[in-house]
Design a protein around this ligand. Structure first.
Ligand code: ZN
Length: 319
């Protein structure tokens, strides 16, 4: 298997009027292909002539150091993406800095009516996330240039040109303990499961992740038995909540359950919107300490208190 370390540069409307189906138009694809030992196999780098935004947003001009004249000589997205995906090969896994590139790549492919070719579910290594786990216990996400500086890596090439950023991402992977952290891969959700059979369950050594099918409304998703069910991360047994699901803003839901053998678990559901306006839920279940469980209970108390105050204010205004 190879890793394809991918970086994209994209443009957006210079006057803020983004096309709803393609807010970010890809103007450069850069990638490095490496084997499982992270040894370089090949590189890919190509600029792309835009179809939608014929002027560069000032930030793109400034940051990427690309001009529209450079782009006018280039091939368009459909040609470049076909060559790029052929170059990637079948037995590969993408690595990106952050979670946006694969989503925008697929959005651009969808817009240009390119046939779906990427795996489903699409697992990938978010190196920004792995770096954060390795150096900041997962609490802090930093820019690629800050990571390069943090690791004291040699800076030669300019940042924000796609292939250079892909090379820097590789340098970070080579310097950090990638073999240890690669088990914490991510799931791209540009395409969401269409039905029960496609729903995604992944077990990590520290948590379970789940991605639901699509629902018409958030409420329907929140009522669904599979979305709500909690299982022990260790033995897989269905757990009874000791703190039933509650929500602060109808986007995030929290719950605490207990496995008699393996102790307390938290569940966190996040409601997300699909491309077509429907909704899906992601859920993370993991073992937690009693202190974390009490913090979740505190959160619930604070939400209740806020609601009580709000009601009191309304009653007061009515009176
Ligand atoms: Zn258990």
């Amino acid at each position: 298997m190879n890793y394809i370390i991918l970086d994209l540069e994209w443009n957006q409307s210079p006057n803020g009027q983004n096309h709803p189906r393609i807010p970010f138009e890809i103007i450069e694809i850069g990638a490095v292909k490496v084997n499982e030992e992270l040894k370089l196999v090949d590189t890919f780098s190509e600029l792309i002539r835009p179809r939608i935004y014929r002027q560069l947003h000032y930030k793109v001009k400034e940051i990427c150091n690309i001009t529209m004249n450079d782009l006018k000589k280039c091939r368009e997205f459909p040609e470049v993406i076909r060559d790029f995906l052929d170059w990637c090969g079948e037995d590969m896994m993408f690595c990106t800095w952050g979670s946006m590139d694969l989503t925008e790549l697929q959005r651009n492919m969808h817009f240009h009516k390119i046939k779906r070719r990427l795996a489903f579910p699409l697992f990938y290594e978010d190196v920004q996330n792995l770096f954060s786990l390795a150096y900041f216990e997962g609490t802090n996400k930093v820019s690629l240039s800050d990571a390069v500086e943090h690791l004291d890596l040699k800076e030669g090439e300019k940042f924000h040109r796609a292939v250079n950023d892909a090379k820097y991402t590789l340098a970070v992977m080579q310097k950090m303990n990638f073999d240890l952290y690669k088990q914490y891969f991510s799931i791209d959700c540009y395409y969401v499961p269409n039905n029960r059979d496609q729903e995604i369950y992944v077990s990590f050594d520290n948590c379970h992740k789940y991605v639901s099918r699509k629902f018409r409304t958030k409420e329907e998703a929140a009522e669904d038995s599979r979305v709500r069910e909690l299982t022990c991360q260790k033995c897989g047994k269905k757990l009874k909540p000791i703190l039933p699901w509650f929500s602060d803003n109808s986007k995030t839901y929290y719950s605490v359950a207990n496995c008699p053998k393996h102790g307390l678990h938290s569940g966190v559901i996040r409601m997300k919107k699909c491309e077509n306006g429907m909704f899906y839920a992601t859920k993370v279940t993991k073992p937690i300490s009693i202190i974390s469980a009490l913090q979740i209970k505190k959160k619930q108390d604070a939400i209740r208190e806020k609601r009580r105050e709000k009601r009191a204010r309304i009653d007061h205004a009515d009176a």
